[in-house]
Every structure is written in C-alpha cells, then in structure tokens.
Design a protein around this ligand. Sequence first.
Ligand SMILES: [Zn+2]
Length: 354
Amino acid sequence: MQFSQIIEQHDLINSLIRIYDNRRVSHAQLFFGEESSKCFALALAYAQFLNCTNKKRFNPQDNKLIIADSCGECPSCKKFSILSHPDLNFVFPNTTTKKIESKNSSELLLNEFREFVLKKNGLIRLNDWYDFLDVGNKQGTINVRDSNNIIKRLSVKSYEAQYKIMIVWCVDKLHYEAAPKLLKILEEPYDDTIFLLITDDRENILPTILSRTQLVKVPKIKQEIEQENKYLILFVQWLRCCFFYKTKIGEVVSIIEKDIVKLGREEQKQFLEFALDVFQNSFAIKMGLNKNYYLLENCDEKFKNNFPSFITENNIEKIYKELDKAILHIERNGNAKMIFLDLSIQLGFLLMIK
Ligand SMILES: [Zn+2]
C-alpha cells in the first residue's frame, strides 16, 4: 500500500514523512481515529514507506499533495504490497474458528488475515473480520500466545529490511493477561523495531501503553464528515418512523422508496454500517462505558438525549443481528425495498422491548 492510495490525509502523511526525514521515528506509535480501518491502511502505507529502498520524492511542480512516497516497485515494496515481507508482522484480535479449535493466535490465522486485508484493500473493520472468519457472535482478543509470539518474532534480527515492523491492529482488544509482556517490550524495545499500534477506541487502552507510545491522530476527512451528516439525517428520520411503524408504515415505505433505495448498494451498506455504529455508540453511552456522543453529536437534542434510553441489554444483541442480516442480504443483491421494510419493522418492534 502506498500513501497515494489513501484518500486525503496528506497533512498527516507529510508530517510522518518529515519525522522520518528528521530521524525521529518513534519505536512505538499509536494510530488512532474514530475508524480503525483508515488507521490500519495508513500504518500499512507508512510501514512500506519506511522500508522502501527507492523512495520517491516530489517537487512542488509535480503537483502532488504529498512530498514523498514508497516506490511500489523495489523488492521490499513488492513484498509489502502482498503482505509477505518477512519483517512485516501482524497481531490482531483472534478467536477459535472451525479450523482452529483451540490455542488460537494471530500467527495461526495469518494467512486468513492477509487474504482479508488484500480483499478489503487495507480498509478493514473488526465486524467484517469476524464475518470473514465465520465465527458467529464470538469476539476475539489479543491473547497471551500473541504476546509471546511478538517477543519470539522480534528477538530475531530483521531478515532483510531496515525496520522490523509489528502492526498491532485493535490494540484495545488486548487481553489483560497479555498486557505485561507487550508493555515490557515497549519499555525496552529491540533495535530497529517499530510498533504501529492501531485503535478506534483510545478510552479502552491501558494508560501504561498510552504513555509509552507516540500518538498519531488520524482525523476525519471532509468527504467522510459530509457523508456522515447525510446518513445521520436519514437515520434520525427513518428511526423516528420505525418507532411508530404500526401507524406510520406509509411513511416508512416512503423513506425507503425515496431516500434509501436510490443510494445504491454500496451506500446502502455504508448506511447500515453507520446505523450499527450509532447503536453501538448509543449502547456504550447508556451503559456508562463512553461519554462521547460523537455520532449523534449533530442531531437534534431531543433525539440525542432520548435515543440511547431505548437501547438495552434486552434488545441490543437482536438489533445487531438484524442489521448484520440486512448488510449480508444487501451484499447478496437482495431486494433493497424488502430488506429495509423488514428491517424497519424488526427495529420498531425491538426498540419497544426496553
Ligand atoms: Zn520501494
């Protein structure tokens, strides 16, 4: 992955390049933003850049927004692009699967992870990863075996690259038993090893890890903010009708026909993923796990204050299931009108079970 493949973020990319140029690359960096998918792609492009043996530099007349990039062609870049470089290591949340029934670890799922990242062009989300592994509702962690493997992998000298890279995706999923070993290695790093830790949930990261890493905040880009505002308006309008589907079914149908169907499949999926995030965020607020209303921030106060109270431990799981099912059916080219009508009724019904 090259910097040029990442949408916008050129200010951040340029600051990472300048840090490299000034030889101030920190051995442990925490990339965080509201969506870890973008942080992951950025970390991957950064890792490729650090090890590229023929970095490209751009002049103002090149009309590029970035000042440098990896070449994409040297042996190192070629291996990075298919994620097969021996000095590129990954650790990520994992669980038992049909194939790996016990002693699961990132190492045992590495082939699956590479395939998943390549399929998604580096833009990976945790729910999609679990779907890819087909593990149902099981949630993964970064476990003690992962911590041991990190030490094992890093204690050998780098094979061929300047930097040995350890990308830890969703470091907020680090199991508490696995934390001490990771902390120790962050405290006493090996030479030429760079940890790129990634999270979209900085609040759930151990303070001891935060204090040992350089923070790299990945901001939202304009296009995403516009898209989110569009989805938020539609979400509030749609949900308000879902609540009263018994008397307002005509309005539900009208929103689906006028506003949702015309989005097209890809955006319908994005809208449903956005809805899933809103439900997750609202449930976390309701349970006191999070105080940040970041997704509902721009909607009217009444909705913002009331909505979380309808989401409880009695309905949240079923709501996730319904949304996941709808996403799957949209992906499989089901009839959008029918999928959203069914979903609206299910959500309306579930939100009444407090
Ligand atoms: Zn290169």
